[in-house]
Structure formats: C-alpha cells, structure tokens
Design a protein around this ligand. Structure first.
Ligand code: 1HN
Length: 347
C-alpha cells in the first residue's frame, strides 16, 4: 500500500546535520523518487533533428575545421532534456553526424565504448576495422565494437556523412570510457565478410563450426541486402504483420553488440507503427520516406535522414504519410543491455 513517507524536513536539524557529517542519507524521503509506482521518472524527452537543419552546419564545419584539428568532425545530436554537455540523445545512446571530405582520413584508434556508423549520404567513404576495409554506401550499418581498431577514409568525391551511435553515455557513466591511438592499419584489398564469407543468412564458413563463436564475424550490413530482405518479407506478410528485422551476429543469431541493438523497420504506404511500450530507450533514423510521429504526446514530422530520440517507456506512433511509397527506418535501442541485465519489458 502507498503510505505517505516521512520527509527530510520532519527530521530534527541536529540529526540531519550529524547524518551529513558522517556521509549518511536517509532513504525514506527519497524512496518514491528512486522507485516511482508503475512508470519510471524520466528526464529524457522526445526530440527530433531534421537533416536539412544539421547538414548546412556540418558542411560549414568542413570549411571551418580541418580534419587534423577535429580527428572526428562531428556535430553531436544532444537532447536538451538531458543537459547538452553530457552528449546524450537518450540516457544510454550518444548520436553524432560525422562529415569526411574527399582525401581526408580520421586516424586509427580504439576505445572502450562500442560504436556503429549508419551511412546518410555520399560515396567512396570506408571504415577500416582491424584490417578489414568496410565500404560505406548509403544505409549501410558498420560496426566498430569495443576495443577494435578503427579508422575512416574517403577515396571518392563529394562529402560523406554518417550517423554515429555509441554506448558512450553508459560506459562514461560507469567511468570506464577511454581511448588508445594507433598507427595506420595495414591495408588489404580483400572483400569484407558481408561480401565474402557471410554473404547469405543461414550459411557460414565450414571451419567456423570447429572454433569458438566469433564475437564480431560480420561488421558491415549492406543496406541493399537489408532492404531486399524487408521487401521480400513484405511480399509474404499479412497486411497487419510488422515488417521489422533485427541486425544480428550471424554465428549466434543474437544482437550484434552487447549494449546497443539495431534493427530496420519498413512502413507500407499509409501504415501506422504503434508498438507496445518498451522499457528500452530508442532512436529512430529515417532511411527513406516521410511521415509523422507522436511520441509521448509530442507530435513531429519526419523526412529523409531525420533522427528521433525516444525515451524509455514511451508511447509511440509512427506513420508513413505517403500513399504510394514505402518508408524505412533504422532503429537503435538499448534493449540488448536491458535483456542481459534482466529488466527488459514490453507493456
Ligand atoms: C569515435 O571514435 C568516433 O571513430 C566518432 O568515428 C564519434 C564520439 C565519442 C567517442 C568516440 C569515430 C565518437 C567517437
């Protein structure tokens, strides 16, 4: 039963002062705010960034700041409800839009947070991860897991932009975030594993059966393949089936990174996606299409390359406004962490 709990002010001042002197705090005045009934207290509010607002400023950063002075030329998508300086889109998810111009390189390093890149525009960009060259085409998902060397380059023409998502807020909050710089990685001209050894789902190199599971066997998920899989699914699904595919480790069938999870969602013309409330916080990034969303009562209009932050436990409705075209969204969430820790829920 919900009793009215005692407040700090009810306690004698000398008692409170003695507690403070001894670094002690009474729980009961704060208990309800630590454990509110039914739903968590959330500082995080829904937030939308439109690419047409960010792009000119990112291009200007390209003129203002040479890559050598930036290492990573990024504008962070910071949710103002979470304090801009803490670089969070949601409590666990860092987001940034990164620009690399032709001929530029972002030097080799590795760090404790895990990152992904989701390509927004341009051709000729690539990320090297532990010697594997991963080409970047619009919509491709590239993994740079915790502890793995990674550097970026651009051998094409015109700007290349991608969305970075990192579990940095979580790793930083447990005071475990750090980085090591390294020499350039040796170049090899082999095709990456998305084109060679892990080309089709359900198949893996035979030799992999006799060695321990590879934590990160596939580090690039080409959008061409993901889109084809969603369209094949649409062709066989009932009209009310949700077209939602998870990016997984092909050897385990489970999420491809430990903390953040990634998935792709297709909305048919006119379709509204109104999933159950989830305990995970999320980010929705528009790959193609346009529409509206209502997130915890906040209405927003999204278009190509818009990015939306969704708090934990949010009520969400996302609608494809086109009567003729499909819309495609890339989803980042912290459900893998919550599942591992045993508190992931849908309501
Ligand atoms: C990082 O390593 C990259 O490698 C981008 O491109 C953004 C933000 C915070 C910490 C590390 C990159 C990052 C980052």
């Amino acid at each position: 039963m919900s009793h009215q709990l005692g407040t700090l002010e009810e306690l004698p001042l000398d008692y409170r002062n003695t507690l403070t002197d001894l670094n002690l705090v009474p729980l009961w005045p704060a208990l309800r705010s630590f454990l509110p009934y039914g739903r968590p207290t959330r500082a995080c509010e829904p937030m939308l960034w439109r690419y047409e607002d960010v792009r000119p400023l990112l291009m200007r950063a390209g003129d203002l700041t040479p890559i050598e002075k930036a290492e990573r030329r990024v504008l962070i998508l910071a949710n103002p409800s979470l304090d801009l300086a803490t670089a969070r889109a949601t409590p666990t998810i860092y987001l940034g839009l990164q620009l690399i111009n032709p001929g530029e390189t972002a030097p080799n390093h590795r760090h404790s947070p895990s990152a992904i890149r989701f390509v927004v525009e341009g051709e000729g960009g690539f990320t090297m991860v532990e010697g594997e060259r991963l080409p970047m085409e619009k919509g491709d998902l590239i993994l740079t897991p915790s502890g793995l060397w990674h550097e970026h380059g651009h051998t094409g023409s015109g700007p290349v932009v991608w969305l970075d998502a990192l579990d940095l807020p979580l790793v930083y909050s447990v005071e475990a975030s750090y980085c090591i710089e390294g020499e350039d990685q040796p170049r090899n001209n082999r095709a990456d594993s998305s084109q060679a050894t892990y080309r089709r789902s359900g198949l893996q190199p035979y030799a992999a059966l006799d060695r321990p599971v590879d934590t990160y066997p596939l580090r690039r998920y080409p959008w061409r393949e993901v889109k084809a899989a969603l369209m094949d699914m649409a062709g066989h699904a009932g009209p009310h089936d949700v077209l939602h595919l998870a990016y997984v480790n092909p050897e385990t069938g489970r999420e491809c990174l430990p903390i953040l999870g990634f998935s792709a969602l297709a909305l048919r013309p006119g379709e509204t996606y109104a999933p159950k409330r989830r305990s995970a916080s999320q980010v929705l990034h528009v790959i193609e299409g346009e529409g509206d969303a209502v997130i915890d009562g906040i209405e927003m209009r999204w278009g190509e390359s818009s990015t939306i932050a969704v708090p934990t436990h949010a009520e969400i409705q996302v609608r494809n406004n086109s009567s003729t075209k499909m819309a495609f969204l890339f989803v980042v969430d912290d459900a893998p962490m919550q599942r591992k820790l045993g508190f992931y829920e849908e309501f």
